[in-house]
Structures are given as structure tokens and as C-alpha cells.
Ligand binder design. Sequence first.
Ligand code: NAD
Ligand code: DAU
Length: 352
Amino acid sequence: MILVTGGAGFIGSNFVLDWLATGDEPVVNLDLLTYAGNPANLASLKDDSRHTFVHGDIANADLLDKLLAQHQPRAVIHFAAESHVDRSIHGPEAFVQTNVVGSLRLLEAVRKYWKGMNAEAAAAFRFLHVSTDEVYGSLEKDAPAFSETHPYEPNSPYSASKAASDHLVRAYHHTYGLPTLTTNCSNNYGPYHFPEKLIPLCIHNALTGKPLPIYGDGQQIRDWLYVSDHCSAIRRVLEAGTVGQTYNVGGWNEKANLDVVRTLCTALDELQPRADGQSYAQQITFVADRPGHDRRYAIDASKLERELGWRPAETFETGIAKTVRWYLQHQAWVDNVTSGAYRDWIGQHYGD
Ligand code: NAD
Ligand code: DAU
């Protein structure tokens, strides 16, 4: 079996659902259920004996020792993190606690467990660390996309904490020989994306008649990847990646934020037109920029294609169409997550 951390969050829950849809290997899913973790994402697994959910913290060393001894996983896939850049600007400490201290505790528990395995099991064991393109910093307009050898230049407390965890993973391989793999992925979107992030926030705000907030001039560029493509990349790296290596994962879809939001508006105009016949684009509102906002990210995912034969299945157009349809069909899920705590955050961050 495999142990997944953070499997009730956006990407983790998509990964668990895809994993069990494409195979029968059981999953133990350790998640603290912070504001971003949502058991409703896993509701379809309620009666599935292949999925064991454990409510707990990756920083809890005793719990980790117990879980590893009890379930004897052949791999750990580490998603758990504080993941929202804006929240890291308002309160960096939680990011250091989970992304750095939590990752360290997990690595340490896994190292002890791995040392106790027999030689054959130890050789086959993998620790796969799920990371981000944000560790590489910001690119100039015409600079080549990030390769795996690009220097680390994290600019936000979030990306600095993820960079620290990447370095710890590297060190555990180099120093102790732990069989690690690291993936650095671009911006994901798709089902179960928490509506604090640009795409689900704008879909939700559009449908509820609220402004679609664009930071600064809206010309910041991100490289977008449909979440199931990220999941298939992780499965491929787990299966065939070279121990100690890092792999960039991206969608070859560089888009300016304003264009992303306009595309969403066009899709919504078609699928669920506004009652007054106007476009949702009317709701676009320029707001204060994010402090230290990275101008451009772009991922060169050619190593993953060349060495492991992975390419994304979705284009931006097909992925956005699926995403908008999913949100229109899952309004109850959105209502469930837009709880009081979520509204407090929106008030604190966007004000009026
Ligand atoms: P998310 O915020 O939606 O989910 C994070 C999950 O981790 C939640 O279920 C939360 O409850 C859990 N968690 C948080 N702290 C924990 C702790 N101390 N112990 C156990 N569980 C804890 O995040 P996401 O967008 O699904 O991202 C998952 C991973 O992928 C993160 O490591 C993130 O850095 C990375 N990543 C995300 C993106 C993206 O576009 N969302 C892109 C590249 C990489
Ligand atoms: O690049 C990978 C990263 O992508 C992941 O590591 C992070 O976990 C994930 O949250 C995401 O980070 P971003 O900061 O790029 O995602 P977000 O959806 O918050 O913002 C996307 C872009 O849109 C960014 O340039 C900021 C801008 N934005 C965001 C929000 C929430 C707006 O213009 N308005 C908004 O209201």
C-alpha cells in the first residue's frame, strides 16, 4: 500500500480518487483537515475498504511511527502543506510549521522506518515529495522556462517554505540515501479546488454576482495544468523516476491572469448566461496587487517527457471546459466549503 499525506486537499484528493480508479493498491490518507482539507472530496470512497483515512498532523512523530509500523507502505506521497501564497503573506508561521517542520518530521519518521526494512523492500521504497514551480522565483518576459537546474529564488513565505522542504528532501537522499523523488509542478486547476485560488474564486464570484478581483494589471503569467494530468505525472514518476532526481511538471499553457478570467467568463456566458444578458466579464475588477507578486512562471517539462514519456492529456481549453462544468454541477460542494471561516478570510483579504 501507499501512504499519502494531505489527501483531503485539492490535489491530494484528486490523486487518491484517480489512484483507486486506476488500480487496486490500498491508500492510507493522513490529513489534518485544516480549512483546506475537506472529507467531502472523498465522499465517493465512504464504503471503499482500499481507502483508510487518518485524521492527524504530519508533525506528530509518534503518530507517524505508529502509522508506518502498522501499514508498512511501499511508498509515501507527500502533498500535505499550507498552499496559499496570499495566506502566507498574512501569516507565514503556519507555513514554516507544516511545510518545513512537518516535512522534516515526516522525513525523519520515514528514514527510521526505511532503515528497518529488509534490503529488497528498502531498495523498492520511494518517498515522493510534491512541490511547486514557485521555488524557482520569477521569470523575465522572454526568459526560457524553468528547467530542473534553474537556481532556487523563492519570493514569498509560501515558496520559501516549499524550497526549504525541497532542500530537506535532497539532503535526506544525499546524506542518508533515502530513495526520494521530487516533482515541481505549475498551477493546477480542476475539481475540488478550494475557492480561495484564482480560478475557483472567480467561478464562484461570477455565479454569486460578486467582483472578479484581478491583482495589479492582470498581466502576471502562470502555466496551467489540469489536476488529473498532475496526478498522472506523479504516478509515472513514482513508477519509473530515477531516485534522487527532480522532475518539472507543467502544462505548456502560459496564460496571463486577465486572459484566464476572460476565458472563464466566456465559458460561463455560454453554459449559464447571466439573467440580464450581460457578460460575466462585466464583473472583472482591478484590485491592489499581491506584495512581491511574481510576474511570470513557466515550466519546461521536457525532462519528464524525454525520460518517462509523460505529456499532459488536456489542453487549457478542454481542461477549463471540464472545470467550469464541474463547478456548475457541484454547487452543493461549493456551498459546503464556503463556510464562516472562509468568509472571514475573504473579508480580511479583499475588504470591501
Ligand atoms: P491544499 O491546500 O488544497 O491541500 C493541502 C492539504 O494538506 C489539506 O487537505 C490540508 O488539510 C492538509 N494539511 C495541511 N497541513 C497539514 C498537516 N500539518 N498535517 C497533515 N495534513 C495537513 O493544497 P493543494 O493545492 O492540494 O497542494 C498540494 C501540494 O501540492 C502542496 O504541497 C503544494 O505545495 C503542491 N502544489 C500545489 C499546486 C497547486 O496549483 N495547487 C501546484 C504545485 C504544487
Ligand atoms: O505555481 C504553483 C502554485 O500555484 C502552487 O504552488 C500554489 O500552491 C498555488 O496556490 C498556486 O499559486 P498562485 O499564487 O499562482 O495561485 P493563485 O490561484 O492564488 O493565483 C494565481 C494568479 O492569480 C496569481 O498571479 C495571483 C492572481 N490572483 C489570485 C487571486 C486569488 C488574482 O489576480 N486575484 C485573486 O483574487
